[in-house]
Structure formats: C-alpha cells, structure tokens
Ligand binder design. Structure first.
Ligand code: SF4
Length: 306
C-alpha cells in the first residue's frame, strides 16, 4: 500500500481514519497530534520547569523525546526526567541503565528515586506477601507518591506522563464500570493547580499504543522493551482486552471514548470541583487525614510483622 499523502510505500494503516502513512508522514502525524494536544493542555510562557514521569518504556521515552524537542527552542523552560526504582529484580535493574543512557544521550537530567529508600520496602517484597490487593495496586499508589514528591522537590510546575490513547480509554471505561464518577472527573490532564499536587500533562493521550511503539522503532529511540513480572496482576488487563476487542471490531472506538469523555468533562468537574486537600504526615497532599500510600504502608508493615 502507498502513503495517502505522498504515494511512497506505506508503513502503517490507521484503521480508525483509513489513512496509510509512509515513515515520514507517520512520524509527522504523531508529532502534530502531540504538539497540538500539549498546546491545548498548557500555555508555556517561559520560566517553567517540567518533569517527565519516565520509566524507560516506549511511552515515557517518546514523551521525554518529544517534550525535549518542544522545549529545547523555548527560552527558560527546563526539562528533567524522574524514574522510580520500585525494586523489581530482573526488570527495573535491567531498565535503569537503558534509561540512564537515553537521558545522557539527549542531555536530560535524570532524577532517580528508590522505593526502598523512601518507603522502606520494595515491590518484590510486597509481591511475596500474602495480601488481598494486587501488586500493581501498591505499585501505582507508591509510584504516584514518589513521582509527585520528587517533582515537587525539584520545583516542577508540571509532571508530564506517558499515558497513551489506549491507557486513557481504559481509565475512562474502568471508572465508569466502577461507578467512580468522582475519579472520572479528576482524571488528567489537570488545569487546576492544587497546593502540593503537581498538575499532570498527558501529551500522548491521542496516540494509540501501537503508534507510540512504531514511532520509537522508526526514530531509533532506545527503550526498555520488557514486561514487568507482575503485569498479569493488573486489574486493568480486563479493560485492555475489552477495548482492544471493541477497537478491532469498530475502528475509532478509543477516540470516540476519549471524545465522549472530553465533551462531558466540564460538566463533571462542576459536579466534582477540586477537593480541599490536607497534608499527610509524610508531606503529601491527601483528601482525608492520611494519604493512600501511608494507608497501604500500614498494611505492608503489619504483613511484615505477621
Ligand atoms: Fe508496577 Fe504493575 Fe506496572 Fe509492574 S505492571 S510496574 S507492578 S504497575
């Protein structure tokens, strides 16, 4: 098949819009969507510091790479990456050198934060415990805490994540299925600034996962291409499979989910305005008296002592 724009040999068919793209037009189509999405999410005036929640995987690598290209020509806007070492032997220790090399290669500061230092435990230790919740539940809550704390320490104004279109559609559907409309209303990207909580940017929210992967391959970006040993425990796997099936049968379904969500977002936010936040004893913002991470840590300590 040939490129719908220039007639050169195509490397991809975007089934959701019926377009074929050659390498150049594919890369351009991803860049355009990311740049335009970022412009909608934030107006950079100069003087901002942006942190990228980086893992070394394809999505966060693409986020960091494109954010660097966007920010580089801007005066006074600085960029740094944050990586969390959860303590997953055979996975994170293999990915860390790849992440360090990538950041060094593009001249970006990499801030590393370790769960064992910050929380006194590791994901491997938690996974070995007899607990009710999945390892990913602990990981997600702890990672968010460490990312937010590291971003705040470095004085970041924004924290950009690598959430792609598939992740976003899964998150929307998951919150609807759970009836958690408050969480649905509070999904990023964030335009309200709340004390202690670094607002999230999501520049890849219109990029399908497969296109994120293809961009990295075609552009020769080095990323850590491995699956976490606990990935099978993730609750969102059910939603991943469900949405992949719907997309297969009705191309464009993921974009429709996102567009539907965006059209009701303002109304949802009026019903659920930003909550009054307290400060947990650990220093993180929280809705009650204690943040979710500290609640889970109580469980972890109890299990350790058991
Ligand atoms: Fe953490 Fe689960 Fe992702 Fe592994 S798959 S990094 S445990 S959230």
């Amino acid at each position: 098949m040939n490129c719908s724009e220039c007639g050169k040999e195509a490397i991809i068919l975007q089934r959701y819009n019926g377009l074929h793209h050659c390498r150049e037009h594919f890369l351009e189509s991803v860049r355009k969507r990311v740049y335009s999405e970022l412009r909608k999410q934030v107006h950079l005036r100069g003087g901002e510091r942006i942190a990228v929640a980086y893992s070394g995987g394809k999505d966060s690598t693409l986020t960091l790479y494109l954010m660097n290209q966007i920010v580089k020509p801007m005066r006074d806007v600085s960029l740094a990456a944050i990586i969390v070492d959860e303590g997953i032997v055979g996975y994170r220790d293999v990915g860390l050198p790849v992440a360090r090399d990538f950041c060094k290669g593009i001249g970006i500061e990499l801030v590393e934060t370790k769960m064992s230092d910050e929380l006194g435990t590791t994901l491997d230790e938690i996974a070995s415990m007899n607990r009710a919740q999945s390892t990913c539940t602990f990981c997600g809550v702890f990672r968010r805490k460490l990312m937010n704390a590291a971003a705040r320490r470095m004085g970041a104004d924004y924290l950009a994540t690598g959430l792609n279109l598939d992740d976003t559609a899964q998150g929307i559907v998951m919150n609807i299925f759970r009836g958690d409309i408050e969480k649905l209303a509070r999904m990023g990207p964030h335009d309200a600034v709340q004390e202690g909580l670094i607002p999230r940017l999501q520049p890849l929210r219109k990029i399908p996962e497969k296109e994120s992967l293809l961009f990295c391959i075609e552009e020769g970006l080095k990323f850590h291409d491995a699956e976490c040993p606990y990935a099978h425990e993730a609750v969102r796997n059910t939603y991943r499979e469900m949405i992949a099936k719907v997309e297969e049968e009705s191309p464009g379904a993921r974009y429709s989910i996102l567009a539907g969500y965006d059209s009701i977002r303002e109304a949802l936010r009026k019903s659920y305005p930003p909550a009054e936040l307290n400060v947990c004893a650990c220093g993180e913002p929280c809705m009650g008296e204690r943040c979710k991470a500290c609640e889970l840590l109580v469980e972890v300590r109890a299990l350790k002592g058991a």
